[in-house]
Design a protein around this ligand. Structure first.
Ligand code: UDP
Ligand code: MG
Length: 334
């Protein structure tokens, strides 16, 4: 007997399904002047590849007219889909929302500002077709960045490489292609302090890199250019993947306790057997107390960094709240 459910499901899969092969996910925060050019370049490149595709723009609570531009682009071309947050949640979360809504078999994550040129996508897709699950972009050179950003980025990547337990590739950002199974794995990681650059290598499978020249921003300003913006990101990265800061506090404790042991013996020795009047000064006492006070505060601070993050996780709040969507999941609410 003919099983009609199977027939209908297969019919839907073959004729009704509009699932694209490639999803391009782009977090957007105040990128109004960039979006039309992004759309132009991406659609040009994707037309050349002959793949079916969608471009998912995640509006991360922009205060400019980015949301309107997304709505406009979606009205003009159904390849463009959008998700708009209730407020600004930050790049990592916006990227996560993009992965949640992407339907493609492979997903490319990229900045809105065209620093990662769409012209690299065909090469990434070719590698994916060869059988790689992750193809990340390795920055051969970076145009139009401040020397401060270049130096801190270089140091940061080297530091992370040394102190984390997973192999985060050097000089890569978030620009990468991921197979659906990698994206599904990441979607099953509920952590709030998300450092995608670490989560993706953690997943494993077959990963490779391709070199590209990082361009200057097409328009607008970097949102991660100052220490104030970069430091929380760096701390998230370190605490998500390393216990070394905590261990450092322990080692430091042992080292200082060892030295103190010797110092105590010396002081007692001098007091008992040395000439009278020795060790009267307050300087030694002050130095020791202040030094230990400093070390203790630093150790408490390190514990606090981890504790705060544990608290964030335990509260279990949703990662983001959606305000509007355009064309994602098949429906159109915008
Ligand atoms: N971005 C975001 N939320 C934010 C800050 C930035 O979605 O709170 C987006 C931004 O629109 C861009 C990407 O994240 O597409 C990277 O930001 P940016 O280019 O300013 O950083 P940089 O490339 O200079 O490190
Ligand atoms: Mg950028």
């Amino acid at each position: 007997m003919l099983d009609w459910t199977v027939v209908v499901t297969n019919y839907k899969r073959i004729f009704v399904s509009t699932r694209p092969t490639i999803s391009i996910v782009v977090p957007v925060y105040n990128e109004e002047p960039v979006l039309p050019e992004l759309y132009r370049r991406v659609s040009q490149v994707m037309a050349q590849t002959g793949e079916t595709w969608e471009l998912i723009l995640v509006n991360d609570g922009s205060s400019d007219r980015s949301a309107e531009v997304i709505a406009q682009l979606h009205a003009q071309d159904k390849h463009i889909k959008g998700v708009s947050f209730s407020r600004n949640f930050g790049f990592q979360i916006a990227a996560t929302a993009g992965l949640d809504h992407a339907q493609g078999d492979a997903i490319i994550l990229t900045d809105a500002d065209l620093q990662d040129p769409p012209e690299v996508y065909p090469e990434m897709i070719a590698k994916w077709r060869e059988g790689y699950d992750v193809v990340y972009g390795v920055r051969k050179s970076r145009v139009g960045e401040t020397w401060f950003k270049l130096i801190t980025a270089k140091l940061f990547y080297r530091l992370i490489h040394h102190i984390t337990s997973i192999d985060i590739p050097l000089d890569t950002g978030d620009f990468r292609l991921m197979d659906r199974r990698v994206v599904e794995a990441i979607r099953h990681m509920p952590e709030r302090n998300r450092f995608l650059r670490g989560l993706v290598p953690w997943v494993g499978y077959k990963q490779t890199g391709i070199e590209y020249e990082r361009q200057a921003r097409f328009a607008g300003e970097s949102k991660y250019g100052s220490v104030k913006q970069m430091l929380p990101f760096a701390l998230d990265a370190i605490t998500s993947f390393s216990y070394i800061p905590l261990q450092l506090a322990t080692y430091l404790g042992f080292a200082i306790a060892g030295v103190s042991g010797l110092a105590i013996l010396t002081v007692v020795g001098v007091r008992l057997f040395g000439p009278p009047g020795e060790l009267l000064g307050q300087a030694t006492t002050l130095v020791a107390v202040l030094f230990l006070g400093g070390v203790q505060l630093i150790s408490l601070g390190i514990i606090g960094e981890y504790l705060g993050r544990i608290y964030d996780e335990v509260k279990g709040r949703p990662l983001y709240l959606v305000d509007k969507t355009w064309g994602v999941g098949g429906e159109d609410e915008g």
